[in-house]
Design a protein around this ligand. Structure first.
Ligand SMILES: Nc1nc2c(ncn2[C@@H]2O[C@H](COP(=O)(O)OP(=O)(O)OP(=O)(O)O)[C@@H](O)[C@H]2O)c(=O)[nH]1
Ligand SMILES: [Mg+2]
Length: 345
C-alpha cells in the first residue's frame, strides 16, 4: 500500500479512538484490509471500547428521578384491583419491549393469567419484532405485536382472551362478564386499546404520559369488562440511557429529561443499528457518519432553523428531530433488540 494511504488509514484509526460513532464497522473492515497486522488489534479494540464509551458518557448524567406521587398511588390502587380481574393484559412498546416493561408492577402475580401486547408495532421494525416474539416464546410468555389503531377482528381477539383466561378453570357458578385489566407504563397506548375494543371513544387518550389518572371500568356489550389504568413507571430505572430511551418513546415527560441528551442517544442508536440511511434520507449524505452534535447542526440547517447570524438553532432542531422520530418519519425502527445483541444494556 502506498505510504500516503497507509498514513491516512492510521489517522482514521486514531480518530476512531477519540470520536466513536463517526466510524462504522464497515470502515473497520476497510481499515483492517489496509493495515498491517500489528496495528489491527488496536483498531478493533478501539471500535469496541469507543462504542461502549459513548453510552457510558451519557450514563454519567444523573437520572431525573421522575416518579410523581400520583403514580405511587396509582401503582398501589392497581395492585389492589388485581384480585378483581380474571385476566391481565400488559402493554409494552413494540420498539423496546423489555425496557418498557415495568418489572415491579406484576411481581408476585404469577398465578393470574397474563397476556403481553407489544403495542405501536406499526412504528417498530417487523424483522426485530419477530426476533422478540421468539425471545418471549422461549421464556414461556404469550405475546402479540399490535397496532391499537388498527386492531383486526376485535370480537375474535376477545374470545381468544376469554378461552385463555378460563382455560383449566371451572366456570363460575353464575355467568358474569370476563374482567380484563389493561396495564403498563405511561403513554404506551392502554386507553387507545380500550377505545378500540369498545369500538367507541369511551376514555381519554393523548400523546403525553399521564393522561389517565384513575382506574376506569368500561363495559362492552358482549360479556366483557375492561379496566383502564393509569400508566405506572418504576422508581429505579437501569441507567440514564434507559431513561432517555423511555423519553424518546414518550413514556417519560419531556419536561424532566434534557432533550439534547435524548437526541444524542437517538443518533448513537441509529449508528449502532446500522440505520444511517434513515439519517441520509432525512438530512442528507453528510449525516451518515457524523457525530450527534454535527448531525443536529446539519438537521438545523436542512430545516432552516437558524438564529440571528445564521447560527444553527440546536434547541429547536433537537425538539423537531425527536418529534420526527416519534411521528415515524425515520421509518419503522426498533430501538432495542433481544439481549446480547444490544450494546446499550
Ligand atoms: N402509532 C401508534 N400510536 C399509538 C398506538 N396506540 C396508541 N397510540 C398513540 O399513543 C398515544 C398514547 O395513547 P394513550 O392510549 O393515551 O396511552 P396510555 O397508555 O393510555 O397513556 P396514559 O394514560 O398516559 O398512561 C396517543 O397519541 C395514541 O394515539 C399504536 O398502536 N400505534
Ligand atoms: Mg390512558
Amino acid at each position: 500500500m502506498p505510504g500516503a494511504e497507509r498514513l491516512r488509514y492510521r489517522q482514521a484509526c486514531i480518530e476512531m479512538l477519540f470520536h466513536p460513532p463517526a466510524y462504522t464497522f464497515l470502515d473497520a473492515l476497510h481499515i483492517q484490509a489496509a493495515l498491517s497486522a500489528d496495528f489491527l488489534p488496536v483498531c478493533v479494540a478501539g471500535i469496541i471500547l469507543t462504542t461502549l464509551m459513548d453510552y457510558a458518557e451519557l450514563n454519567k448524567h444523573a437520572l431525573s428521578g421522575w416518579f410523581p406521587g400520583h403514580m405511587l398511588r396509582a401503582g398501589k390502587q392497581l395492585q389492589e384491583s388485581i384480585r378483581l380481574v380474571d385476566l391481565l393484559v400488559e402493554l409494552l412498546d413494540a420498539r423496546a419491549p423489555l425496557s418498557s416493561r415495568n418489572p415491579e408492577l406484576l411481581a408476585g402475580q404469577r398465578h393470574k393469567p397474563r397476556i403481553l401486547l407489544a403495542n405501536k408495532a406499526d412504528l417498530a421494525d417487523p424483522a426485530v419484532s419477530r426476533q422478540w416474539e421468539a425471545y418471549f416464546a422461549a421464556a414461556g410468555e404469550r405475546i402479540m405485536f399490535v397496532n391499537s389503531h388498527r386492531l383486526g377482528n376485535v370480537r375474535r381477539l376477545l374470545q381468544d382472551w376469554k378461552q385463555f383466561a378460563w382455560a383449566g378453570k371451572s366456570r363460575p357458578a353464575f355467568v358474569r362478564p370476563l374482567r380484563i385489566m389493561i396495564l403498563g407504563i405511561p403513554n404506551v397506548g392502554k386507553s387507545t386499546l380500550v377505545n378500540r375494543l369498545h369500538r367507541r371513544n369511551k376514555v381519554q387518550v393523548g400523546p403525553k404520559p399521564g393522561v389517565t389518572r384513575q382506574n376506569q371500568w368500561v363495559s362492552l356489550d358482549d360479556g366483557f369488562e375492561l379496566l383502564d389504568t393509569p400508566g405506572v413507571i418504576w422508581p429505579r430505572l437501569r441507567d440514564k440511557c434507559h431513561e432517555l430511551l423511555l423519553n424518546l418513546l414518550g413514556n417519560i415527560r419531556d419536561e424532566v429529561v434534557e432533550p439534547y441528551l435524548s437526541a444524542q442517544f437517538l443518533c448513537l442508536k441509529l449508528q449502532e443499528l446500522g440505520a444511517e440511511q434513515r439519517l441520509i434520507d432525512l438530512i442528507g449524505a453528510d449525516a451518515a457518519k457524523a457525530e450527534p452534535e454535527k448531525t443536529l447542526t446539519l438537521y438545523a440547517r436542512k430545516r432552516n432553523f437558524l438564529l440571528p447570524g445564521a447560527e444553527p438553532d440546536l434547541e429547536r432542531a433537537t425538539v423537531a428531530f425527536i418529534k420526527d422520530f416519534r411521528d415515524g418519519k425515520l421509518g419503522s425502527l426498533s430501538l432495542e433488540k433481544p439481549p446480547a445483541t444490544d450494546k446499550s444494556f
